[in-house]
Ligand binder design. Structure first.
Ligand SMILES: Cc1ncc(COP(=O)(O)O)c(C=O)c1O
Length: 273
């Protein structure tokens, strides 16, 4: 496959990134993942806006939107329709000296495509034994420092679960390792507020907007009595959850069915909502 690296379309095997890249050495980078539908990236405007916000949080110079849009278009155009069904844009601190301080050679910018993962039906989730730190310097930014998520997801898999859910440091439900979470609590569709340190998911924002969900600080106890639970992410859209910490939940229940249908309808009607 082709990749787009620092303004150039290259064969993947020919693309080279410095062994001193700060993204590689210390996880100093930000990224976005989006799906590609009929040759068009879904919600590109929202993803590029969040990439910029994440970059600002890290003090990283994210390139101009038009340059990134041109890179995305070039990458998709270089492949057969359907071969790029998901796409990732990564911006790192670029080559730097050993240690934590960033170098001054400018960012590395990379766009890579690939197939979309199939998520299957309903998910099993388990509450992770580690917290999402809502007071972290990078809370809410989509950084390449994903080791916490890697560890928690591997833990979930060992429990027979598909996704781990983090609580924040105060015990409120926050998010999954690669997803936001929605719960039906006392008949109301709710999702953890951004104050819990969760990512401002693009899918989350659209579900709030299109399906009228409320944002709230939800204590961990809601996981034991929510009548429905679902996950959202750019590659999943809406995925029902059938088991939460060993408790069976209707999957999909009526609110999840309605949210899935509304998301499918609205997203098909507008690829850059
Ligand atoms: C930690 C985390 N939370 C939430 C999400 C969902 O965000 P989005 O809907 O923008 O894909 C992701 C996506 O990968 C994620 O990694």
């Amino acid at each position: 496959m082709k990749v787009w690296l620092d303004g150039e379309l290259l064969d993947e095997a020919a693309a080279r990134i410095s062994v001193r890249d700060h993204g590689l050495t210390v996880g100093d980078g930000v990224f976005e993942t989006m799906k590609v539908v009929d040759g068009q990236p879904f919600a590109l405007g929202r993803h590029l806006a969040r990439l910029r916000t994440s970059g600002e949080r890290l003090g990283l110079a994210v390139p101009d939107v038009e340059l990134l849009k041109a890179g995305v278009k070039a990458l998709i155009g270089a492949h057969r329709r359907g071969d790029v069904a998901r796409l990732r844009i990564t911006v790192t601190g670029g080559p730097g000296p050993a240690g934590t301080e960033r170098g001054d050679s400018g960012p590395t910018v990379l766009i890579v495509g690939g197939p979309l993962k199939q998520w299957g039906g309903s998910a099993v989730v388990a509450t992770a034994p580690w917290a999402r730190n809502e007071r972290s310097a990078t809370a809410g930014a989509k950084t390449t420092s994903y080791a916490e998520n890697v560890v928690a997801l591997a833990w979930a898999r060992r429990q027979g679960a598909d996704e781990a859910l983090f609580l924040d440091t105060r015990g409120n439900v926050s998010e999954g390792t690669g997803s936001n979470v929605f719960l039906v609590v006392d008949g109301t569709l709710a999702t953890p507020a951004l104050t819990t340190g969760c990512l401002a998911g693009v899918t989350r924002a659209l579900v709030i907007h299109w399906c009228g969900a409320v944002e709230a600080e939800l204590p961990a106890s809601v996981l034991q009595h929510a009548s429905e639970v679902f996950l959202t992410s750019s590659t999943r859209d809406v995925q029902p959850v059938g088991t939460v910490d060993g408790r069976g939940v209707a999957a999909p229940g009526p609110v999840t069915v309605a949210a899935t249908a509304e998301f499918a309808r609205r997203s098909a009607a507008d690829l850059d909502p």
